[in-house]
Design a protein around this ligand. Structure first.
Ligand code: GLA
Length: 402
């Protein structure tokens, strides 16, 4: 277990809970390259798992007590396994408990567990920290109880946990990206039929530079669910005239134009974002295969504009970062990544120009807001895995999760 983060977590676990015998698991975060707010409309998305993520040290107990704690958050949980489904306090612990509840649906949990989390992924920043906690917990429970689910089954379990037990009406993108990540690849997920494919990311191509606006949001604060509701309402109206369409992502730009009278101004814009984003994902996918990074960059910039103007999920800081990064000579394009309402901007830059981009954008941001954005240079990394004693760097948990 060469990873210093994991080693430290193991030590802290032993100090907190005593004894030995814990196992350590890791689930990555993700950056969404493109395909924003289309997963819950059956669209395709193109996220990338990254090397930062969530670690959990886990051990089954002999009794039925469940103990949950984190190195990064003060709130803890201490209760009986039979009572976890009625617990709903406003704390990050809802996420691991939701994963335990979803695990229990598949077969009752009679014994308790100790879970200690830690991570190097910012929370609430649009990099799927929630999905990483859910998948890490699901993987730990799966391995501790020898249930042997596939990576896709773990993704589905994590999605059920978030929708049914946390109450966010999110799509499947984050759970699939986190659970199915593969080094050197993006993950193309067709959210309509839940099929996925690993898409090679040319190693000589640009890297992902992620700027954190330092604005935070929680999907549970209601604005995410509001966008979901508005765009679903638009589709319910469209469907009255387009009976052959089963998802908003299937509606074409021409159909939307023809039917736009039936929608309110807000519904029209929400639907337009989804319909045009679906086209941008297809264009990006094709451009990735040909290494046409200028085209990818152009799609990113258009995606940001659509998210800002039509879906209205951007903020001043995200607009600023996206605009400054996009205009910098070192970047192919930039856009907010994740749900929005705060969080991060993704820019694509060739490695030799990335540092100049980071300095240029950070200086401008400091000038405008007085804050220095946190910045990460990220590559496409492996999916979730158990960190075995002497190696963490081995390839994706392909061994552990397949
Ligand atoms: C969050 C949700 C995802 C997706 C994105 C926006 O990350 O969890 O399901 O809807 O927002 O694309």
């Amino acid at each position: 277990m060469a990873d210093p983060h994991a080693l430290e977590l193991r030590d802290r676990f032993r100090r907190r809970f005593g004894g030995t015998g814990e196992r350590v698991f890791f689930a990555p975060g993700r950056v969404n390259l493109i395909g924003e707010h289309v997963d819950y409309h059956g669209g395709a998305v193109l996220p990338v798992a990254v090397e930062r993520g969530v670690f959990v040290a886990a051990r089954i107990r002999q009794d039925s007590r469940v103990l949950v704690a984190s190195e990064d958050c003060p709130e803890t949980f201490d209760g009986d396994v039979s009572a976890i489904d009625s617990w709903s306090a406003d704390s990050w612990c809802r996420y691991p408990l939701a994963a335990l509840n979803a695990t229990a649906e598949q077969g009752p949990l009679t014994r308790g567990v100790e879970l200690l989390f830690s991570g190097d992924l910012p929370m609430g920043a649009g990099l799927a920290s929630s999905a990483a906690v859910l998948v890490a917990t699901a993987l730990a429970m799966d391995r501790l109880h020898q249930r042997r689910q596939s990576a896709q089954e773990l993704a589905e379990l994590a999605h059920r946990a978030e929708t049914q037990f946390v109450g966010v009406r999110c799509g499947i993108m984050d759970h699939y990206a986190v659970a199915l990540g593969r080094a050197g690849h993006a993950v193309m997920v067709d959210c309509k039929n839940r099929q996925w494919e690993a898409v090679p990311w040319d190693v000589s191509g640009p890297e992902m530079v992620v700027f954190d606006s330092l604005d935070r949001r929680q999907l549970t604060d209601g604005r995410y669910n509001q966008r979901v509701a508005e765009s679903h309402r638009a589709f319910v109206k469209l469907k009255m005239r387009l009976a052959h369409r089963t998802w908003l992502s299937e509606v074409t730009a021409e159909e939307l134009e023809e039917q736009s009278e039936s929608l309110s101004e807000v519904e029209r814009r929400r639907a337009r974002h989804v319909v045009t984003e679906v086209e941008r994902v297809a264009r990006t996918r094709a451009a990735l295969a040909r290494g046409e990074w200028q085209v990818v960059g152009d799609c990113l910039a258009r995606s940001h504009q659509s998210l800002a103007e039509d879906y209205e999920v951007s903020t001043d800081r995200l607009d600023f970062l996206a605009e400054v990064a996009k205009s910098h000579a070192g970047a192919y394009g930039a856009r907010l990544t994740g749900a929005g309402f705060g969080g991060c901007v993704l820019a694509l830059a060739d490695s030799d120009l990335a540092e100049a981009l980071i300095h240029g954008v950070s200086d401008m941001f400091r000038g405008a807001y007085g804050d220095t954005p946190r910045v990460w240079r990220l590559g496409a990394s492996a999916g979730p895995r158990e960190l075995a004693e002497d190696h963490r760097e081995d390839d994706p948990g392909r061994k552990a999760v397949s």
